[in-house]
Design a binder for this molecule. Structure first.
Ligand SMILES: Nc1ncnc2c1ncn2[C@@H]1O[C@H](COP(=O)(O)OP(=O)(O)OP(=O)(O)O)[C@@H](O)[C@H]1O
Ligand SMILES: [Mg+2]
Length: 350
């Protein structure tokens, strides 16, 4: 049973959510992001349930909000529910509401977030964290469009578009009976997978510039801060386990700590500068020649691939792992860069 004090806290949080009208743009020119934007436009026209997957910080909530903003529901509520942040015993009444006296602490009847999202969109974030009994109830709502408040046996009709997200492998959870298979397929009508930032590195400079501009607009008094090519190359080489969120936070931090008006590579945190040796002389070349992004990417990719191959004694599978690439992507890059490793011809080694 939910506790009284926490209920009060959650009721306060629920007070009249304003409709989400302004949508942050989804930045990026990598082919995966161009395809993603097209897919968003297409699914926004429908009411299909969408399951967004991707590592932490890849932009799952941004994508969900973008679908809502491009949909005919854009002037209604976009309600985000983080299933991991709400205590399990409160989640049901948060989502579906409760009747007066349904449990101790439920002094007044209250409608849930599905009602708030009526005619709009509900975003069920970290859906893998939803307890199994609640998964059963959610499936019922998705099937008959009726929401039943805790303590009530009567349903109320709602018309809500559902977008769910997860950064854990829901199919693996299904395999170990931690997630309902029927719910998985009901949610996964349109699957959207956002690739990690390390698989679309060409977007790093674009995102950095976007974040720098945004900070500049927000705080014009601070003056426009730029970034040196050398620092940019180092950001490029880093693997970004926290993806775009990590990059966004770092850019903010660098701007705050920047003493002049240009972020230099010496200001970067040590964990990012581990690949300096690879990027140093590339960056040095740029001073005179200016920046040719495509050439730089190919050069840097080639060097990282060579270094990874050297480090793994020519084992392509291990080198691919080291670079966070799929074996097939790595093989395609090898062909494109024309990188010849010491044991490159020995396919059987992999
Ligand atoms: N392509 C992008 N363009 C601009 N900003 C982005 C992009 N992708 C992510 N962001 C920003 O990065 C931050 C993290 O994005 P978001 O919260 O959508 O990620 P998430 O996948 O939901 O993360 P988590 O799994 O941790 O919940 C947000 O501030 C978001 O605006
Ligand atoms: Mg999120």
């Amino acid at each position: 049973m939910p506790g009284g004090a926490s209920i009060v806290a959650f009721e306060a949080r629920l007070a009249d959510l304003p409709p989400r009208m302004v949508q942050d743009p989804l930045i990026g020119e990598h082919s995966s992001i161009i395809k993603l934007r097209a897919l968003i436009e297409r699914v926004a026209r429908t009411d299909a349930t969408v399951l967004v997957t991707g590592e932490s910080g890849t932009g799952k909530e941004l994508v969900a909000a973008a679908i809502h903003a491009a949909s005919p529901r854009r002037n209604r509520q976009f309600v985000a529910v983080n299933c991991a942040a709400i205590p399990h015993d409160l989640l049901e009444s948060e989502m579906f509401g409760h009747q007066r006296g349904a449990f101790s602490g439920a002094a007044m009847a209250r409608s849930g977030l599905f009602m708030t999202a009526d005619n709009g969109t509900i975003f069920l974030d970290e859906i893998g964290e939803m307890p199994l009994p609640l998964q059963t109830k959610l499936l019922r709502v998705l099937e008959d469009g009726m929401v039943r408040a805790v303590g009530s046996d009567r349903g109320t009709k709602v018309e809500v578009r559902v977008i769910a997200a997860s950064n854990s492998d829901l199919l693996a959870m299904v395999a170990r009976n931690a997630f309902r298979e029927d719910l998985f397929y009901r949610l996964n009508v349109v699957p959207i997978t956002i690739p990690p930032l390390r698989e679309r590195r060409s977007d790093i400079p674009i995102l950095v510039n976007y974040f720098l501009n945004r900070i500049g607009q927000r705080e014009p008094a601070a003056g426009r801060v730029t970034i040196s090519e050398e620092a940019l190359v180092q950001l490029w080489s880093y693997d970004w386990p926290g993806n775009v969120r990590e990059l966004e936070n770092l850019v903010e931090r660098l701007v705050i700590l920047c003493e002049g008006n240009r972020i230099e590579s010496v200001q970067l945190p040590p964990n990012i500068v581990v690949t300096t040796r690879v990027s140093d002389d590339i960056a040095a070349n740029l001073d005179g020649e200016g920046l040719n992004l495509n050439a730089l990417v190919r050069k840097l990719e080639g060097r990282l691939i060579n270094q990874a191959l050297k480090q793994t004694g020519g084992n392509k599978q291990a080198a691919a792992r080291l670079l966070g690439l799929k074996r097939t992507t790595f093989a395609a890059k090898l062909r494109r860069c024309g990188v010849i490793s010491p044991v490159d011809s020995d396919e059987s080694a992999n």
